[in-house]
Write a protein that binds this ligand. Sequence first.
Ligand SMILES: [Mg+2]
Length: 99
Amino acid sequence: MREIYELTQLDGKSLQERTLKLSEESGELAQAVLTVTKAPGSTYKNHSLADVREEAADAAIVALSILAQTCSSEAEFSAELDRLMGAKCAKWKSVLSQG
Ligand SMILES: [Mg+2]
């Protein structure tokens, strides 16, 4: 995660620009998934599960960069990431256990 924080510092994008970038990567991920799952109208493109993995990684990196940009130090970024992942996964687990 240190690299994500450092690269975010080096990259001059604004929070709005990063968020738009996340939408772009999300669209690329959707396109790859639609193709791989042979969704109607999406079968002409040529994507594989490797493309899905790559686009998921792109989206994850941009999302982490957004989180990093809201933090004032790498330590805060790391702590917030740990705290939020723990809380959000616990919430997800709780939802699943209610199903
Ligand atoms: Mg991409």
